[in-house]
Design a protein. Structure first.
Length: 381
C-alpha cells in the first residue's frame, strides 16, 4: 500500500478531466491511501467561458477530497503544499490539461519538502489552440516533474522533446466505465449519428455538418450534436483571443447558419447543454456511431466513453485518435478536414451494416483499457 496525492478537478466540476480523476481515484483507493486536492474556485471566465460546475451531477468519487485550490488566492496553493508535506506521500500526481494551471502547480511543487515522486499525467503536452505563453508556462511546471504519463504517441514524442531528461511513460487512456449502460431510449429515427462533447473549433464539427447533405441523399439519418458551445462573446475575450492566437473563434451562430444554409434543420438536432453523467447513456444508447471530425488532437475522452457503450467510432487521422480506433475493426479513420471522406465512410458503415461487427470487436478490446491495468503502472513507480 502506498500513500498517494491526486491534484486536479473532480466532480462536481465538469468535463473529461474530472471524469478521469474520479475514476483514477476510485481505482487507486482499492489498494492505497489516497488524498485528493481539488478546486474551490477555478479559472476566470475569459479563459474558461462555460460554467465549470454541474450542480445536479452525481458525485462519482468515493473518497474524501479537499476543495481548496483557488485560482485567485496564492495562499491556497501554499496550503496545498502543507497538506502534502503533512501527509508525506510516496507519490504526488498532478493531472495536466492546460498551461493555465502552471502557476498553481509550480508553486505547489516548489514547496513540497518531503521525498515524494512527482508525477504528471499529461493529457495534452502541446495545446490544440495554443498561444505564445504556453511554452513558458509549461516549462516552468514540467521542470518540477520526475515522471510523465501520456496516452498517445503524439504526446509521447512531444514529451521526449520537451522533457528529454525526464522519464516519460506511454500508457493508454482507460475506458470510462462509470456511465449506465442499460438505458433504452426511443427515437423517431432508426439511424442516429452522434457528435459528443464541448464544441470547440479544433473538433471540426463544421466538416461533419458539411458532410450531411451527401449522407442524407443515401440514408435517412439524423445527426445529434450534444454538448456546450465553448464561447465567450465579450469584447475583451474576443480581443484577447485574437491577440494571443492570431485568429477569431467560430461561435454558435456560425454552426447554426451553416445548418440553415444547407437545409439540414430536419436532419440535425442540437442539444446545446452539458450532459450530466446519469444522462450520457441516453444519447449513446440511441446512436449507432460516434463521429469525431477533429482537426487537431492528442487523444479524445469521448472515444473511451463510446467504448463503454460498445459504440463504434469514426475519427480523423490526427494525433492519437488512430491509436484508439482500429480502422475497419472498431470504426473508421478518415483524413481531417474532408467532408466527402466523412460522408463516404458513414454511408459505408450503414450500407454494409457494420455496427454489430464493430461492437463485438470493441467488447473484446475493452479489457486492455482497464483502470486496474492503468493504476498498476502508477503503483509500480
Amino acid at each position: 500500500m502506498k500513500k498517494i496525492v491526486v491534484i486536479g478537478s473532480v466532480p462536481p466540476y465538469k468535463g473529461g478531466l474530472s471524469h478521469f480523476n474520479s475514476s483514477l481515484v476510485n481505482e487507486l483507493i482499492k489498494n492505497n491511501e489516497v488524498k485528493v486536492i481539488s478546486w474551490k474556485r477555478q479559472y476566470p471566465k475569459i479563459i474558461y467561458p462555460i460554467d465549470p460546475v454541474e450542480k445536479n451531477d452525481e458525485h462519482l468519487i468515493n473518497n474524501d477530497e479537499t476543495f481548496l485550490l483557488d485560482f485567485y488566492n496564492p495562499f491556497s496553493w501554499f496550503k496545498a503544499s502543507k497538506i502534502i508535506n503533512d501527509f508525506n506521500p510516496d507519490i504526488v500526481i498532478f493531472t495536466w490539461l492546460s498551461p493555465i494551471v502552471s502557476p498553481i502547480y509550480t508553486t505547489i511543487a516548489n514547496f513540497i519538502k518531503v521525498k515524494s515522486k512527482i508525477v504528471c499525467i499529461a493529457h495534452n503536452v502541446s495545446q490544440h489552440e495554443g498561444t505564445f505563453l504556453d511554452n513558458i508556462l509549461r516549462k516552468a511546471f514540467f521542470n518540477k516533474v520526475e515522471y510523465f504519463i501520456v496516452h498517445s504517441n503524439k504526446d509521447f514524442e512531444d514529451s521526449l522533446k520537451i522533457n528529454s531528461d525526464k522519464k516519460t511513460i506511454l500508457s493508454f487512456h482507460p475506458v470510462y466505465d462509470m456511465f449506465k449502460t442499460d438505458i433504452k431510449f426511443s427515437s423517431k429515427y432508426s439511424d442516429n449519428i452522434l457528435f459528443f462533447g464541448y464544441i470547440r473549433e479544433y473538433k471540426g464539427l463544421i466538416y461533419l455538418i458539411r458532410a450531411m447533405p451527401d449522407i442524407i441523399k443515401k440514408i435517412n439519418v439524423r445527426l445529434l450534436i450534444v454538448g456546450e458551445f465553448w464561447e465567450n462573446n465579450s469584447f475583451i475575450s474576443k480581443l484577447l483571443t485574437k491577440f494571443l492566437t492570431g485568429k477569431s473563434r467560430n461561435n454558435k451562430s456560425f454552426y447554426f447558419h451553416e445548418i440553415k444554409k444547407l437545409n439540414l434543420n430536419n436532419n440535425i438536432e442540437v442539444i446545446d447543454k452539458y450532459v450530466p453523467d446519469n444522462k450520457v447513456g441516453e444519447y449513446f444508447s440511441k446512436s449507432d456511431i460516434l463521429v469525431l471530425p477533429y482537426t487537431s488532437a492528442t487523444q479524445s475522452g469521448p472515444i473511451q466513453v463510446a467504448y463503454n457503450f460498445n459504440t463504434p467510432v469514426i475519427c480523423t487521422d490526427v494525433g492519437g485518435l488512430p491509436e484508439l480506433v482500429i480502422n475497419n475493426k472498431t470504426g473508421f479513420v478518415v483524413p481531417s478536414k474532408n467532408p466527402k471522406a466523412l460522408a463516404d465512410v458513414i454511408i459505408r458503415f450503414y450500407k454494409n451494416k457494420k455496427k454489430k461487427e464493430f461492437s463485438v470487436n470493441i467488447k473484446k478490446l475493452k479489457d486492455k483499457y482497464s483502470w486496474k491495468h492503468y493504476c498498476d503502472i502508477i503503483e509500480s513507480l
